[in-house]
Design a protein. Structure first.
Length: 341
Protein backbone atom coordinates (compact mmCIF):
# COMPACT_ATOMS: atom_id res chain seq x y z
CA UNK A 1 0.00 0.00 0.00
CA UNK A 2 1.28 3.44 -0.96
CA UNK A 3 2.00 6.09 1.65
CA UNK A 4 -0.92 8.48 2.20
CA UNK A 5 0.22 12.05 1.56
CA UNK A 6 -3.11 13.77 2.22
CA UNK A 7 -6.00 12.44 4.29
CA UNK A 8 -9.17 14.41 4.96
CA UNK A 9 -11.84 13.22 7.39
CA UNK A 10 -15.29 14.82 7.56
CA UNK A 11 -13.97 18.28 6.69
CA UNK A 12 -16.60 21.00 6.98
CA UNK A 13 -16.02 24.67 6.25
CA UNK A 14 -18.43 27.54 5.81
CA UNK A 15 -18.70 31.12 4.70
CA UNK A 16 -20.28 33.61 7.07
CA UNK A 17 -21.97 36.47 5.24
CA UNK A 18 -22.20 40.04 6.52
CA UNK A 19 -25.75 39.16 7.59
CA UNK A 20 -24.31 36.32 9.75
CA UNK A 21 -25.71 33.63 7.48
CA UNK A 22 -23.85 30.32 7.30
CA UNK A 23 -23.12 28.86 3.86
CA UNK A 24 -21.67 25.36 4.09
CA UNK A 25 -19.67 25.17 0.90
CA UNK A 26 -17.72 22.08 2.05
CA UNK A 27 -19.91 19.65 3.97
CA UNK A 28 -18.35 16.57 5.65
CA UNK A 29 -15.87 15.80 2.88
CA UNK A 30 -13.49 12.85 3.25
CA UNK A 31 -10.78 11.80 0.78
CA UNK A 32 -7.25 10.43 0.49
CA UNK A 33 -4.37 11.01 -1.91
CA UNK A 34 -1.50 8.52 -1.93
CA UNK A 35 2.12 9.14 -2.83
CA UNK A 36 2.67 9.13 -6.57
CA UNK A 37 -1.06 9.47 -7.25
CA UNK A 38 -3.22 12.28 -8.57
CA UNK A 39 -6.83 12.95 -7.63
CA UNK A 40 -9.27 14.89 -9.79
CA UNK A 41 -12.11 16.95 -8.34
CA UNK A 42 -14.93 17.77 -10.76
CA UNK A 43 -18.26 19.52 -10.64
CA UNK A 44 -20.12 22.54 -11.97
CA UNK A 45 -19.34 26.10 -10.90
CA UNK A 46 -20.37 26.78 -7.31
CA UNK A 47 -20.23 23.15 -6.15
CA UNK A 48 -17.43 23.84 -3.65
CA UNK A 49 -14.32 22.74 -5.57
CA UNK A 50 -12.23 25.87 -5.02
CA UNK A 51 -13.45 26.27 -1.43
CA UNK A 52 -12.33 22.70 -0.78
CA UNK A 53 -8.93 23.53 -2.26
CA UNK A 54 -8.52 26.51 0.06
CA UNK A 55 -9.80 24.50 3.01
CA UNK A 56 -7.31 21.69 2.44
CA UNK A 57 -4.44 24.07 3.13
CA UNK A 58 -5.74 24.83 6.63
CA UNK A 59 -5.26 28.55 6.13
CA UNK A 60 -8.56 30.34 6.60
CA UNK A 61 -9.40 33.97 5.96
CA UNK A 62 -12.86 35.42 6.64
CA UNK A 63 -15.47 34.99 5.35
CA UNK A 64 -14.22 31.35 5.11
CA UNK A 65 -14.20 29.55 8.47
CA UNK A 66 -13.17 26.08 9.62
CA UNK A 67 -16.03 24.20 11.29
CA UNK A 68 -14.89 20.63 11.81
CA UNK A 69 -13.01 17.61 10.54
CA UNK A 70 -9.34 16.72 10.21
CA UNK A 71 -6.64 17.33 7.61
CA UNK A 72 -3.48 15.22 7.68
CA UNK A 73 -0.54 16.05 5.40
CA UNK A 74 2.10 13.32 5.41
CA UNK A 75 0.62 12.14 8.73
CA UNK A 76 0.65 15.57 10.38
CA UNK A 77 -2.66 17.02 11.57
CA UNK A 78 -2.86 20.67 10.47
CA UNK A 79 -6.53 21.21 11.32
CA UNK A 80 -5.95 23.20 14.51
CA UNK A 81 -2.61 24.81 13.77
CA UNK A 82 -2.23 28.56 14.20
CA UNK A 83 -2.37 30.53 10.92
CA UNK A 84 1.21 31.81 11.31
CA UNK A 85 2.48 28.28 11.88
CA UNK A 86 0.59 27.03 8.85
CA UNK A 87 2.07 29.80 6.70
CA UNK A 88 5.66 29.16 7.87
CA UNK A 89 5.66 25.38 8.15
CA UNK A 90 3.00 24.06 5.77
CA UNK A 91 2.19 26.35 2.84
CA UNK A 92 4.60 26.02 -0.05
CA UNK A 93 6.65 23.32 1.68
CA UNK A 94 4.09 20.63 2.53
CA UNK A 95 1.19 21.74 0.34
CA UNK A 96 1.23 24.20 -2.56
CA UNK A 97 -1.57 25.85 -4.49
CA UNK A 98 -1.96 27.00 -8.07
CA UNK A 99 -4.95 29.38 -7.98
CA UNK A 100 -7.57 30.01 -10.61
CA UNK A 101 -6.52 32.78 -13.01
CA UNK A 102 -2.90 32.01 -12.08
CA UNK A 103 -1.74 34.07 -15.06
CA UNK A 104 -2.90 37.16 -13.17
CA UNK A 105 -1.25 36.16 -9.89
CA UNK A 106 2.12 37.70 -10.71
CA UNK A 107 3.01 41.26 -9.75
CA UNK A 108 3.79 42.95 -13.10
CA UNK A 109 6.49 45.16 -11.53
CA UNK A 110 8.72 42.27 -10.35
CA UNK A 111 11.00 39.95 -12.25
CA UNK A 112 10.22 36.24 -12.01
CA UNK A 113 13.34 35.50 -9.98
CA UNK A 114 12.14 37.87 -7.26
CA UNK A 115 9.03 35.77 -6.67
CA UNK A 116 11.20 32.69 -6.22
CA UNK A 117 13.54 34.52 -3.85
CA UNK A 118 10.59 35.60 -1.71
CA UNK A 119 9.15 32.07 -1.53
CA UNK A 120 12.41 30.35 -0.60
CA UNK A 121 13.66 32.98 1.87
CA UNK A 122 10.29 33.01 3.66
CA UNK A 123 10.87 29.34 4.55
CA UNK A 124 14.67 29.06 4.40
CA UNK A 125 16.04 32.51 5.31
CA UNK A 126 19.67 31.35 5.34
CA UNK A 127 19.61 30.38 1.65
CA UNK A 128 21.78 32.72 -0.41
CA UNK A 129 20.65 34.36 -3.63
CA UNK A 130 23.31 32.42 -5.52
CA UNK A 131 21.89 29.14 -4.26
CA UNK A 132 18.34 30.28 -5.09
CA UNK A 133 19.30 31.24 -8.64
CA UNK A 134 21.03 27.89 -9.20
CA UNK A 135 18.00 25.99 -7.88
CA UNK A 136 15.60 28.06 -9.99
CA UNK A 137 17.61 27.59 -13.18
CA UNK A 138 17.77 23.82 -12.61
CA UNK A 139 14.00 23.61 -12.06
CA UNK A 140 13.13 25.77 -15.05
CA UNK A 141 15.41 23.77 -17.35
CA UNK A 142 13.98 20.46 -16.15
CA UNK A 143 10.46 21.70 -16.94
CA UNK A 144 11.31 23.00 -20.41
CA UNK A 145 11.41 26.68 -19.42
CA UNK A 146 14.48 28.64 -20.54
CA UNK A 147 16.42 30.14 -17.60
CA UNK A 148 16.15 33.52 -19.30
CA UNK A 149 12.53 33.63 -18.12
CA UNK A 150 13.80 34.24 -14.58
CA UNK A 151 14.96 37.73 -15.50
CA UNK A 152 11.79 38.71 -17.34
CA UNK A 153 8.74 40.60 -16.11
CA UNK A 154 5.34 38.85 -16.32
CA UNK A 155 4.18 41.21 -19.08
CA UNK A 156 6.95 39.83 -21.31
CA UNK A 157 5.55 36.29 -21.15
CA UNK A 158 2.71 34.69 -23.09
CA UNK A 159 -0.30 33.27 -21.27
CA UNK A 160 1.04 29.72 -21.43
CA UNK A 161 4.47 30.82 -20.22
CA UNK A 162 2.93 32.69 -17.29
CA UNK A 163 0.92 29.65 -16.30
CA UNK A 164 3.93 27.34 -16.43
CA UNK A 165 6.01 29.89 -14.54
CA UNK A 166 3.42 30.07 -11.74
CA UNK A 167 3.46 26.27 -11.55
CA UNK A 168 7.27 26.26 -11.33
CA UNK A 169 7.19 28.86 -8.52
CA UNK A 170 4.57 26.81 -6.66
CA UNK A 171 6.75 23.68 -6.60
CA UNK A 172 10.14 25.28 -5.94
CA UNK A 173 10.14 23.84 -2.38
CA UNK A 174 9.07 20.35 -3.55
CA UNK A 175 5.73 20.16 -1.69
CA UNK A 176 4.18 16.86 -0.68
CA UNK A 177 0.86 17.84 -2.26
CA UNK A 178 0.16 20.21 -5.15
CA UNK A 179 -3.35 21.57 -5.63
CA UNK A 180 -3.97 22.81 -9.18
CA UNK A 181 -7.23 24.76 -9.37
CA UNK A 182 -8.34 24.78 -13.02
CA UNK A 183 -4.78 25.45 -14.25
CA UNK A 184 -5.69 25.04 -17.91
CA UNK A 185 -9.12 26.70 -18.09
CA UNK A 186 -7.96 29.98 -19.68
CA UNK A 187 -5.53 28.43 -22.16
CA UNK A 188 -5.74 27.29 -25.75
CA UNK A 189 -5.51 23.58 -26.52
CA UNK A 190 -1.77 23.64 -27.22
CA UNK A 191 -0.99 25.45 -23.97
CA UNK A 192 -3.31 23.10 -22.08
CA UNK A 193 -1.33 20.12 -23.33
CA UNK A 194 1.94 21.76 -22.29
CA UNK A 195 0.63 22.49 -18.78
CA UNK A 196 -0.66 18.93 -18.36
CA UNK A 197 2.64 17.50 -19.59
CA UNK A 198 4.47 19.78 -17.16
CA UNK A 199 2.39 18.59 -14.22
CA UNK A 200 3.08 14.98 -15.14
CA UNK A 201 6.80 15.72 -15.34
CA UNK A 202 6.69 17.26 -11.87
CA UNK A 203 5.35 13.97 -10.52
CA UNK A 204 7.79 11.85 -12.50
CA UNK A 205 10.82 13.91 -11.42
CA UNK A 206 9.81 14.00 -7.77
CA UNK A 207 9.24 17.73 -7.41
CA UNK A 208 5.84 16.86 -5.94
CA UNK A 209 4.73 13.65 -4.28
CA UNK A 210 1.01 13.84 -5.10
CA UNK A 211 -1.47 16.13 -6.84
CA UNK A 212 -5.07 17.30 -6.74
CA UNK A 213 -6.36 18.61 -10.08
CA UNK A 214 -9.59 20.63 -10.01
CA UNK A 215 -11.74 21.30 -13.05
CA UNK A 216 -15.33 21.30 -14.27
CA UNK A 217 -14.23 19.26 -17.32
CA UNK A 218 -14.54 15.60 -16.34
CA UNK A 219 -13.00 14.25 -19.59
CA UNK A 220 -9.84 16.32 -19.03
CA UNK A 221 -9.24 14.51 -15.74
CA UNK A 222 -9.15 11.16 -17.56
CA UNK A 223 -5.81 12.19 -19.08
CA UNK A 224 -4.36 13.67 -15.88
CA UNK A 225 -5.53 11.82 -12.76
CA UNK A 226 -5.76 8.32 -11.33
CA UNK A 227 -9.04 8.80 -9.45
CA UNK A 228 -11.87 11.32 -9.63
CA UNK A 229 -14.15 12.79 -6.99
CA UNK A 230 -17.38 14.43 -8.19
CA UNK A 231 -18.77 17.22 -6.01
CA UNK A 232 -22.28 18.63 -5.90
CA UNK A 233 -23.62 21.30 -3.54
CA UNK A 234 -20.69 21.00 -1.15
CA UNK A 235 -20.74 17.21 -0.90
CA UNK A 236 -18.94 14.35 -2.62
CA UNK A 237 -21.49 12.39 -4.67
CA UNK A 238 -19.15 9.90 -6.33
CA UNK A 239 -15.57 8.64 -6.12
CA UNK A 240 -14.19 6.31 -8.76
CA UNK A 241 -11.18 5.61 -10.92
CA UNK A 242 -10.71 8.11 -13.73
CA UNK A 243 -11.76 5.51 -16.30
CA UNK A 244 -14.91 4.60 -14.36
CA UNK A 245 -15.92 8.22 -13.73
CA UNK A 246 -15.61 9.18 -17.40
CA UNK A 247 -16.76 6.05 -19.23
CA UNK A 248 -19.08 4.54 -16.61
CA UNK A 249 -20.42 7.25 -14.24
CA UNK A 250 -22.78 5.87 -11.64
CA UNK A 251 -24.39 8.75 -9.72
CA UNK A 252 -27.17 10.50 -11.72
CA UNK A 253 -25.35 13.83 -11.37
CA UNK A 254 -22.08 12.36 -12.65
CA UNK A 255 -24.02 10.81 -15.52
CA UNK A 256 -25.65 14.15 -16.33
CA UNK A 257 -22.35 15.99 -16.07
CA UNK A 258 -20.71 13.66 -18.59
CA UNK A 259 -23.75 13.86 -20.86
CA UNK A 260 -23.54 17.65 -21.03
CA UNK A 261 -19.95 17.77 -22.33
CA UNK A 262 -18.58 17.11 -25.79
CA UNK A 263 -16.07 14.27 -25.38
CA UNK A 264 -13.56 13.36 -28.12
CA UNK A 265 -12.68 10.00 -26.54
CA UNK A 266 -13.52 6.87 -28.54
CA UNK A 267 -16.85 5.47 -27.39
CA UNK A 268 -18.23 8.81 -26.16
CA UNK A 269 -17.89 11.16 -29.10
CA UNK A 270 -21.25 10.09 -30.59
CA UNK A 271 -23.24 10.28 -27.35
CA UNK A 272 -26.15 12.72 -27.58
CA UNK A 273 -25.67 15.84 -25.46
CA UNK A 274 -28.20 16.44 -22.70
CA UNK A 275 -28.68 19.23 -20.18
CA UNK A 276 -29.20 18.91 -16.44
CA UNK A 277 -32.45 20.75 -15.65
CA UNK A 278 -32.85 23.20 -12.78
CA UNK A 279 -30.23 24.84 -10.55
CA UNK A 280 -28.23 23.71 -7.49
CA UNK A 281 -29.79 24.24 -4.04
CA UNK A 282 -29.12 27.32 -1.93
CA UNK A 283 -26.46 26.29 0.58
CA UNK A 284 -27.73 28.79 3.13
CA UNK A 285 -30.60 26.38 3.64
CA UNK A 286 -29.85 23.08 1.87
CA UNK A 287 -32.82 20.72 1.48
CA UNK A 288 -33.15 17.56 3.58
CA UNK A 289 -32.27 14.32 1.90
CA UNK A 290 -30.48 14.19 -1.44
CA UNK A 291 -29.34 17.62 -2.62
CA UNK A 292 -29.66 16.57 -6.24
CA UNK A 293 -33.26 15.36 -5.82
CA UNK A 294 -34.95 18.38 -7.43
CA UNK A 295 -32.92 17.94 -10.62
CA UNK A 296 -32.83 14.15 -10.78
CA UNK A 297 -35.00 12.25 -13.26
CA UNK A 298 -34.88 9.12 -11.09
CA UNK A 299 -36.04 10.83 -7.88
CA UNK A 300 -38.20 8.95 -5.40
CA UNK A 301 -40.22 10.18 -2.44
CA UNK A 302 -37.67 8.94 0.08
CA UNK A 303 -34.86 10.82 -1.70
CA UNK A 304 -36.16 14.08 -0.25
CA UNK A 305 -36.56 12.72 3.27
CA UNK A 306 -33.56 10.46 3.94
CA UNK A 307 -30.04 11.68 4.69
CA UNK A 308 -28.14 9.83 1.97
CA UNK A 309 -24.71 8.40 2.92
CA UNK A 310 -22.04 7.34 0.46
CA UNK A 311 -22.68 3.79 -0.75
CA UNK A 312 -19.70 1.44 -1.24
CA UNK A 313 -19.80 -0.64 -4.44
CA UNK A 314 -16.37 -2.29 -4.40
CA UNK A 315 -12.75 -1.44 -5.26
CA UNK A 316 -13.01 1.78 -3.29
CA UNK A 317 -15.78 3.16 -5.49
CA UNK A 318 -18.60 5.04 -3.74
CA UNK A 319 -21.67 7.05 -4.70
CA UNK A 320 -24.29 9.01 -2.74
CA UNK A 321 -27.69 7.68 -3.78
CA UNK A 322 -30.44 5.52 -2.28
CA UNK A 323 -31.04 3.74 -5.59
CA UNK A 324 -29.09 0.45 -5.81
CA UNK A 325 -26.37 0.18 -8.43
CA UNK A 326 -28.20 -2.49 -10.43
CA UNK A 327 -31.33 -0.35 -10.76
CA UNK A 328 -29.38 2.71 -11.88
CA UNK A 329 -27.49 0.72 -14.49
CA UNK A 330 -30.71 -0.81 -15.79
CA UNK A 331 -32.25 2.67 -16.12
CA UNK A 332 -29.18 3.97 -17.96
CA UNK A 333 -29.25 0.99 -20.32
CA UNK A 334 -32.92 1.56 -21.15
CA UNK A 335 -32.27 5.23 -21.93
CA UNK A 336 -29.28 4.42 -24.12
CA UNK A 337 -31.38 1.91 -26.04
CA UNK A 338 -34.15 4.46 -26.54
CA UNK A 339 -31.66 6.96 -27.96
CA UNK A 340 -29.96 4.34 -30.11
CA UNK A 341 -26.62 4.70 -28.34
Amino acid sequence: MEKVMLEVNELTTKYITRFQEDIYAVDHVSLKVEEGKSLGIAGESGCGKSTLALSLMGYYFPPLHYTGGEIFIDGRNISNMKPDDVRRQILGREIAYIPQAAMNALNPTQRIIHFIEDVIQAHEPTTTKKEIHALAEELFRSLGLPPEVLQKYPVELSGGMKQRTVIAISVILSPQVLIADEPSSALDVTSQKMVIKMLRNLMDKGYIKSMIFITHELPLLYNVTDDIVVMYAGQIVEKASAKEAVFDPLHPYSKGLMGSIIVPEEGLRDVKLTAIPGVPPNLKNPPPGCRFAERCKYVRAECRAVNVPLREVGNGRTYRCIIPEEELRAAYAREAQQHGQ
